[in-house]
Ligand binder design. Structure first.
Ligand SMILES: C=C(O[C@@H]1C=C(C(=O)O)C=C[C@H]1O)C(=O)O
Length: 297
């Protein structure tokens, strides 16, 4: 392969568990900083309500403003072949997106063919549970400012009109969470090939609980939540011009970040791991399954 065709993102073993876990750790920073940016703006619930903008109805778009942001943005990304990558999943149905303009990068076929996609759940929990929680400080400050200017009642709350800024930041958070959750497939493949015989009986006779117990690493999760709280406490600080921490109110509710992982991101990642395992034998012959089943740690 000539160097002009070689893609430097393909280097290294894509199924190195420590390397994969390192990517999950790095995505913690992306997610925390994106949430801190979004928390600057009020809740702006109109962004997530279907039919809230007549302008979208006029162009025949039935979804929410955020749905429209996602569709328009992901259309460009699709043309740039973003979704031919095994770790990128659009929130817009792939059938509604254009074909890539660029030839797909010849990624190594690391994951077993699957259609596991948790993005509908990610979009739902993010807009219903996460956004109201992380924007609470900005929403309360907005209401106070509106009341000081004689705006009272429903008009006080939740809407600062920054739909573009808030929507763009929502997309950054959603794309980072989606990548993080779907990396569960790579983790699951590593665990499967390490000891297929441990998983196969619970795939042949589907048992989600047994598979969930096999992929769960409590100590990894405990250390993650501990690390996440420490990171969020530092990242959420304001700093004086000389770089010293200023103290005062954190830029985001640190508990909301820890609970996002504990109640949503980790459980969903494990569901992706189990969903991936449940289709891992599809298309294999009885002989192939028996050979795999003989390998067990
Ligand atoms: C991602 C892994 O699988 C599971 C999910 C984890 C998570 O979502 O952070 C952490 C440990 C495991 O319970 C892993 O083993 O690293």
């Amino acid at each position: 392969m000539s160097h002009t065709q070689f893609n430097f993102t393909l280097s290294g073993n894509p199924l190195d568990l420590e390397k994969i876990r390192g990517i999950l750790v790095r995505l913690e920073d992306t997610i925390i900083f994106s949430l801190i940016e979004r928390a600057q703006f009020a809740h702006n619930p109109k962004l997530y309500q279907k039919g809230a903008f007549p302008e979208l109805k006029e162009i025949g778009f039935e979804g929410s403003m955020l749905d429209w942001f996602l569709k328009e943005t992901e259309a460009v990304h699709a043309k740039a072949r973003r979704f031919t990558s095994p770790d990128e999943y659009p929130f817009t149905p792939i059938s509604d997106l254009p074909q890539p303009l660029l030839k797909a990068i010849p990624y190594p076929k690391v994951l077993y063919p699957n259609n596991v996609n948790a993005n509908p759940s990610i979009l739902s929990f993010y807009t219903r549970s996460i956004v109201p929680r992380i924007t609470r400080q900005a929403t309360l400050a907005l209401a106070s400012l509106k009341r000081a200017n004689g705006i009272i009642g429903d008009e006080e709350y939740e809407d600062d009109g920054n739909y573009g800024s808030a929507g763009v930041l929502d997309m950054e958070v959603l794309q980072a969470i989606s990548k993080r959750v779907h990396y569960g497939k790579f983790v699951s493949e590593v665990k499967f090939i390490e000891s297929p015989g441990s998983f196969i009986p619970h795939i042949l006779k589907p048992n989600r609980d047994a598979l969930g117990d096999l992929i769960t690493k409590p100590e990894v999760e405990r250390r993650l939540l501990q690390r996440l709280r420490k990171k969020a406490l530092v990242y959420a600080q304001d700093f004086a011009p000389d770089g010293e921490p200023k103290g005062g109110e954190a830029k985001i509710d640190v508990d909301s970040i820890v609970e996002l992982y504990e109640n949503y991101i980790i459980p969903l990642t494990k569901e992706v791991e189990v969903d991936y395992l449940l289709v891992r034998l599809e298309g294999l012959s009885q002989k192939e399954i028996e050979e795999l089943n003989s390998k067990k740690l």
